[in-house]
Write a protein that binds this ligand. Sequence first.
Ligand SMILES: Cc1cc2nc3c(=O)[nH]c(=O)nc-3n(C[C@H](O)[C@H](O)[C@H](O)COP(=O)(O)O)c2cc1C
Length: 192
Amino acid sequence: MAEDKTPRVAWGFTGSGHFLPECLALVERLPAVDLFLSRAAAEVLQVYGYPVRDLQARFRVFRDSAASAPPVGLFYEGRYDLVVVAPATSNSVAKMVCGISDTLVTNIYAQAGKCRIPSLVFACDASPELVTEAPGGPVPVYPRPIDLRNTEALAGLAYTEVVLGPDALARALSPRLLPPARCDAAPSQAGS
Ligand SMILES: Cc1cc2nc3c(=O)[nH]c(=O)nc-3n(C[C@H](O)[C@H](O)[C@H](O)COP(=O)(O)O)c2cc1C
């Protein structure tokens, strides 16, 4: 069967649990999406009860297992027309701001920019005080000034839109989202 050439969303997960279930719920509503995990993301997904093998049963999942990030070649083949990084850790945001691309997720962000493909980033460090859902329950977090400066700086970069919460993320993705009720009817995406 011919390969589906419809542009897809490349969704990068970093090692953050901030609104992780909400982000996964949006992934479920995208008709054409592949997942890219940082090494920390694979660990944190497991901690929050989303083992990578379960995601692999339903999505094409790229893990951070090679130094040169071979999957980024797909960006040069026109496979993706949007990168989403959600949720984005302080670490990944700092790297993206500095032009560092030494993880799979920071690499897809960098390569997308070099291909003039837009990126949508949900930065965890949205305000000086926030509450996040840790595995054991809600905890307060106080992002440092440098974290907040990085979030602001990222928003000023080319081909980059930064959102600061799951509702804004859903609004930014709304033209692509299937209605929640239709999710079960979506075609299988594994192995595409
Ligand atoms: C359970 C768990 C939850 C975490 N949540 C966050 C988070 O919300 N924000 C953050 O910046 N780092 C968080 N971290 C720390 C990151 O995973 C760590 O900084 C990691 O090096 C990030 O790597 P990455 O940016 O390549 O994914 C969390 C770690 C654990 C173990």
